[in-house]
Design a protein around this ligand. Structure first.
Ligand code: PMP
Length: 363
């Protein structure tokens, strides 16, 4: 770790890989060949065109994407996608949503403004502790798509294989586990992620869309909310967040070249999560994980301590030990360690040690 930096377990914006920050620092004043900073050059310049193409190509490579899929960068983060996908593909019809937690619920809430949203399954009564089996889903015949949230950032539950939805187009909010492990992209019609957890700065989303969906986009949508227009204009219909796309480009290059791709990333992420879950499991009930074991997220480790005062003390002592951002989401309380791609194993090892020591002195 660079001097003065801490292990930041915040849910997002969250840590970026240090080599990415250093590279951005090195190129901040003068981007090679541009004679200026990225933020000062035209989004239609040759230099920026290369940055955009490289970012897209790295994502294509990481996901092993056939040419029938397009990568775009959209403003407004993942929340904007909740609306955008419904305006484009629900548009007065019906769709099925798998309600696994806070973010799936938010996605449904926005979509309801644009059509008939049905819950194919809801984990609400169980307090969102698990991912459903495909056999539990009620998918309707007239559904235009099925939407799921591959990782519930607040509850800390994650899918490790896609829901089986027959021939329905599968839409996915992968905001908090995008590019954290390999997936079979051909199972998806649309997958999107707010960038600020695994791939870059906030305020922008990465969207991968299968091109056969594009003819379904209705006419007369606001231009920036029209997938067809965004694809046709290569994310350059207006002036995009060039800085964010530049950073995303550096992160995906780091994933490809320094980490060695998504299989390697998954191995590291598994080891990181196992290290923390082991402490929870071996704590004789001092730490209580929120999620059922088979649904436990590798990205957001959610847990409680015996009471709220201890939780406060835990979070405050951890902060003193340079382990930041461990407070659970305000809607559910407790503690949460978000350990996205850029969190090094050393950060998880340091937190695991801290947790063991804390349990010993307070248990
Ligand atoms: N979906 C999920 C799974 C998230 O974790 C978040 C952000 N925490 C969002 C959607 C919303 O993202 P944004 O703030 O980029 O709109």
């Amino acid at each position: 770790m660079l001097k003065g930096r801490v292990f930041n377990f915040s849910a997002g914006p969250s840590m970026l890989p240090e080599p990415v920050l250093l590279k951005a620092q090195e190129e901040l004043l003068v981007y090679p060949g541009a004679g200026a900073s990225i933020m000062e050059i035209s989004h239609r310049s040759k230099v920026f065109d290369e940055i955009l193409e490289n970012a897209k190509n790295s994502i294509k490579k990481l996901l092993n994407m056939p040419d029938s899929y397009k990568v775009i960068f959209t403003p407004g983060g993942a929340t904007m996608q909740f609306s955008m996908l419904a305006m484009n593909f629900l548009n007065g019809g019906s769709a099925d949503y798998i309600n696994t937690g806070s973010w799936a619920s938010k996605a449904m809430g926005e979509a309801k403004k644009h059509g008939n949203v049905r819950e194919a399954w809801s984990g609400k009564a169980e307090n969102y502790v698990r991912i459903p089996k495909s056999s539990e889903l009620n998918i309707s015949a007239d559904s235009k798509y099925v939407h799921f949230t591959s990782n519930e950032t607040i509850q800390g539950i994650e899918y490790f294989s896609e829901p089986e939805v027959g021939d329905k187009p599968l839409f996915c909010d992968a905001s908090s586990d995008f590019l954290s492990r390999p997936i079979d992209i051909t199972k998806y019609a649309l997958i999107y992620a707010g960038a600020q957890k695994n791939v870059g700065p906030s305020g922008i989303a990465v969207v991968v869309i299968r091109e056969d969906l594009l003819p379904l986009v209705p006419e007369k949508l606001p231009s920036l909310l029209d997938y067809r227009l965004m694809v046709e204009n290569n994310s350059l219909y207006n002036t995009p967040s060039t800085w964010s796309i530049y950073i995303i480009g550096l992160v995906v290059k780091w994933l490809l070249e320094s980490i060695g791709g998504l299989e390697k990333m998954e191995e590291i992420n598994k080891k990181k999560a196992d290290t923390l879950y082991k402490v929870i499991d071996n704590s004789n009930g001092f730490y209580r994980g929120h999620a059922q074991k088979e649904s436990r997220s590798r990205m957001n480790i959610t847990f409680r301590l015996p009471d709220e005062n201890l939780e406060k003390e835990f979070i405050s002592k951890a902060t003193e030990a340079d382990l930041h951002g461990l407070k659970g989401h305000r809607s559910v309380g407790g503690c949460r360690a978000s350990i996205y791609n850029a969190m090094p194993y050393e950060g998880c090892a340091a937190l695991a040690q801290f947790m063991e020591d804390f349990a010993q002195s307070h248990g």
